[in-house]
Design a protein around this ligand. Structure first.
Ligand code: ATP
Ligand code: MG
Length: 292
């Protein structure tokens, strides 16, 4: 279910679990233990948040995913919301709130600060009151929580500093007011995120470029998905030697590029684009060989 009128700064609002959100979590191929740690950090706050608020050093409910472009941060964050919502479903539904970090203008002095404060002090608590659990996704959080120590006053308006201050005080107040709320933030530039914001994260998880084995598994997953749509591709998808060969040509690429390159094999011949059932191993080899 997506709810129609969105508050300022919010670009998506969903009730989870929902079949519609199945997929991302399972499609991500990550080192062993990664998903368990992410789920653990989210579930502790969603389920035990209220009791934990009394502890010194109580969690902020902030999970940070940091890594290069195309390494699956957004996909993992979205998948985590659904995976966690499934685990707590017997205690009630979860609201997924997607925040647009670029929606907070900075041309008028004090405006971003006010908008950020409103997000943390009004909008999120109001949304969190709707259901027992809430997951807030802030993609590209460096836009909102600019590192103050490196943001120069010449190139960055004072407003940027104030907005980061507002994020910090917002995080602290949110922890007290909404103990069952988890924030999942992603960033390409962990060095651009304010240190005090990072310090409040309960878990900072790094995503990295895939190694040979992971690339091979992403190729397998991409081909299996294609075979799901075009059944004649079943044998290609099942060919382990071919997958290993293709993976070698894809070394160094991020997960997004790997998936796109496999898809690009469908575009090399017009008849294949018109009928993907005609895709051959040779098309896949051509697409994955680095050009000289
Ligand atoms: N380790 C992986 N396993 C499977 N698929 C992956 C992996 N890494 C990336 N992908 C795929 O790449 C695509 C892009 O991922 P996503 O948008 O989550 O990356 P991102 O890290 O958020 O990138 P950006 O920093 O550019 O926003 C998705 O389709 C995702 O499934
Ligand atoms: Mg992303």
């Amino acid at each position: 279910m997506s709810e129609r009128t969105l508050p300022p700064g919010v670009i998506g609002l969903h009730a989870l679990p929902s079949d519609h959100h199945d997929g991302p979590w399972d499609s991500m191929i990550v080192p062993p233990g990664t998903k368990e740690r992410l789920l653990g950090a989210a579930l502790l706050v969603l389920r035990q948040g209220r009791r934990l608020t009394g502890l010194s050093g109580a969690p902020h409910g902030l999970i940070m995913l940091a890594g290069p472009p195309g390494t699956g941060k957004t996909t993992l964050a979205q998948g985590l919301a659904q995976a966690a919502a499934l685990k707590v479903a017997e205690r009630g539904a979860t609201t997924l709130v997607e925040v647009d970090p670029h929606a907070f203008p900075s041309d008028m002095l004090g405006e971003s600060q006010r908008a950020v404060s409103k997000l943390f002090l009004d909008t999120l608590p109001e949304l969190a009151a709707r259901r027992p659990h809430t997951v807030v996704l802030i993609d590209e959080v460096e836009a909102l929580a600019v590192r103050r120590s490196s943001a120069s006053f010449e190139t960055n308006p004072v407003d940027v500093h104030r907005a980061t201050d507002a994020v910090l005080s917002g995080l602290d107040q949110l922890r007290a007011r909404c103990p069952n709320l988890v924030l999942v933030a992603t960033t390409n530039f962990v060095d651009a995120v304010d240190e005090a914001v990072l310090s409040r994260a309960d878990l900072v998880m790094s995503t990295t470029l895939p190694g040979d084995e992971v690339i091979e598994q992403i190729v397998a997953s991409s081909l299996a998905e294609l075979a799901g749509q075009w059944p004649a591709l079943g044998p290609l998808a099942g060919d382990a030697d071919l997958r290993a060969e293709l993976a070698k040509g894809l070394r160094g690429l991020d997960g997004r590029r790997v998936r796109k390159t496999i898809l690009a094999a469908l575009t090399l011949r017009t008849e294949v684009a018109l009928d993907p059932n005609l895709l051959t191993a040779e098309d896949l080899r051509r697409a994955t060989q680095p050009e000289d």
